[in-house]
Design a protein around this ligand. Structure first.
Ligand SMILES: [Zn+2]
Length: 230
């Protein structure tokens, strides 16, 4: 099925996008969270299942036919590139239910913002989670090089600079709590980045059609904890 989607509020034409069978998803229609609060509640419930070792998402071969027909992810996740972070596993969700973008430091780059706009405007995603994690090497690098990133190799300075301001400027590398505080701060700053960077996303939040939250996954316990106000 080909559909043309015009986003009237901002005059954007996303073009002839193949969004085959939006109503078809890996989660049955009746189970799909239909509100932002329900979407976040399902993610937190899935994380509790993961942390306690009672996961329900097994991605059986029988699900593939439905997945091939289309997707309707109820949540978007901005994750770090870290190999220990996998949203489908950590939130115990099957393929097709999460729209995941990843970059070291889980920062909302312009490409990630655009991807989330697609998820919300075209696929009907109800919540976006900026997902930090404990022991994040990108945030640690931002603390260690907070005065000057130019010693970092390759193009890393351009990435790490986006974490330094404003979350690690005042960090004391000798403070054992500095990394955890900066990780939480960096994740929470992602909310502002999405709101400032996208009319589509900020309008969705204002209308109550979308919720954007941030949190931190503890690698040792598996628990994901929402971060409030930074
Ligand atoms: Zn990381």
């Amino acid at each position: 099925m080909m559909k043309q989607w015009t986003l009237g509020t901002c005059g954007l034409l996303l073009g002839a996008l193949v969004v085959g069978g939006i109503a078809v998803a890996s989660t049955s229609e009746s189970d799909r969270p239909m509100t932002p609060d329900a979407a976040i509640a399902e993610l937190m419930a899935g994380n509790a299942r993961y942390a306690e070792g009672h996961m329900q998402s097994h991605n059986l071969p029988a699900a593939r036919e439905g997945l091939a027909a289309g997707q309707a992810p109820f949540a978007g996740i901005i994750r770090c590139a870290d190999s220990r972070v996998a949203p489908e596993i950590v939130f115990d969700q099957p393929l097709g239910d999460l729209f995941v973008c990843g970059v070291a430091g889980n920062i909302p780059t312009s490409e990630i913002i655009a991807s989330m706009e697609f998820a919300v405007a075209v696929l009907g995603t109800k919540a976006i989670v900026v997902m930090g994690h404990s022991a994040c090497g990108a945030v640690d690098a931002a603390i260690q090089h907070r005065h000057d990133t130019s010693a970092l190799p390759g193009t890393l300075p351009g990435l790490i600079d986006q974490i330094i301001v404003p979350c690690t400027n005042n960090s004391d590398p000798d403070d054992p709590g500095a990394l955890a505080a900066a990780i939480a701060c960096n994740a929470h700053q992602g909310i502002d980045g999405l709101m400032r960077g996208s009319q589509i996303l900020s309008d969705g939040v204002k209308k109550g059609d979308l919720k954007i939250v941030a949190g931190v996954q503890d690698l040792a316990s598996g628990r994901f904890t929402l971060v409030e106000g930074h």
